[in-house]
Design a protein around this ligand. Structure first.
Ligand code: AMP
Ligand code: ZN
Ligand code: FE
Ligand code: FE
Length: 295
């Protein structure tokens, strides 16, 4: 039996409601899933209830977008996403993260729409918000704008929307105000979770020595582990990240990064042995004990 420790729902940019994920997970033979929506814990309660109904183990999580620039000499050209697993749903630190990230998203979404309109694309913020309302989304982002653009016929697909307008370097790309990694890691720990570097390949380094350097710096900030297995990683990369985790004494994790129909990856496409989940859970418990005794 196995688990998928990186899954999105409609609470962020997935297309499956959090309460429905457990059924899909059971149908593909998973024993446990972690819900890790972008910058929100809104879906955790419904997903936990679904998992209880279907006899699955549930791991409450979050995926926080952080600033890939750690310092002048430690900056990733790509994206830095931090996964928190075993965070307590409804913890005040999770709420404050969500609040801050929602404000940054709102600001960026409005700027993207403005840029699109300058480019002659007549998509409105109201259309994007209407889609988000219909889906029950707490974290509105570029995938929702991509969906509206595609629906209106401006782009052929979500991927096309990213390539032509929304991706880094594209015509309507806008940088978002990003949270310092140290703050994200600290918030995850305070909420009782373990902090993991998501999909290290997306840091965008051409050379593994830079990944090694970045992971060491993140470890100094309290990072607990690496998502060694991910749907964007080749088998060679999975092995390299496992070796890196081993060298630095870090935990490893893995998951599909399922987004429903918004991404071409199936639930359970990446699955980890239950022992991986058990090690992460034990680390979260130990962390909570340390927090409680103050050492
Ligand atoms: P945002 O949170 O608004 O920055 O949007 C980031 C999300 O957009 C990611 O988590 C992916 O799900 C999706 N995404 C990013 N780049 C691409 C791409 N090139 N093609 C399709 N989806 C993408
Ligand atoms: Zn996403
Ligand atoms: Fe991510
Ligand atoms: Fe993700």
């Amino acid at each position: 039996m196995a688990c998928d420790l990186h899954v999105h729902s409609t609470a962020s940019d997935g297309t499956v409601r959090p309460g429905r994920l457990a059924r899909e997970a059971r149908d593909v033979g998973l024993e446990a899933i972690a819900l890790t929506d972008h910058d929100t814990t809104e879906g955790l309660k419904a997903c936990a209830a679904g998992c209880r109904r279907h006899g699955l183990k549930f791991v409450p999580g979050i995926e926080i977008s952080a600033d890939p620039v750690l310092s002048a000499d430690t900056a990733a050209p790509g994206t830095l996403h931090l996964l928190g697993l075993f965070v307590r749903a409804g913890h005040p630190r999770m709420h404050s993260i969500a609040e801050r990230q929602t404000a940054a998203r709102a600001c960026r979404n409005a700027a993207i729409i403005e840029r699109l309109q300058q480019l002659g694309v007549k998509t409105t913020l109201e259309q994007v918000l209407a889609l988000a309302r219909a889906e029950g989304t707490a974290a509105i982002g570029r995938p929702h704008i991509a969906a509206v653009l595609t629906e209106a016929g401006y782009t052929r697909s979500i991927q096309d929307a990213f390539t032509r307008y929304l991706g880094r370097g594209a015509a309507a790309y806008i940088r978002r105000d990003r949270m310092p990694a140290a703050e994200a890691i600290e918030a995850i720990h305070e909420a009782g979770g373990v902090a993991l570097l998501a999909h290290p390949v997306q840091l965008g380094f051409a050379d593994d020595a830079w990944v090694d350097h970045m992971v060491r710096k993140l470890t100094d900030l309290g990072l607990d582990g690496i998502e060694t297995h991910h749907s964007d990683h080749t088998p060679t990369q999975c092995a390299a990240y496992e070796a890196l985790a081993g060298r630095l004494g870090l935990l490893s994790s893995g998951g599909s990064d399922y987004h429903g129909s918004r991404k071409d990856v199936r639930l359970g496409a990446v699955r980890m042995p239950m022992a991986v989940l058990e090690r992460l859970e034990a680390a979260a418990r130990d962390g909570a004990k340390r927090g409680a005794t103050g050492d």
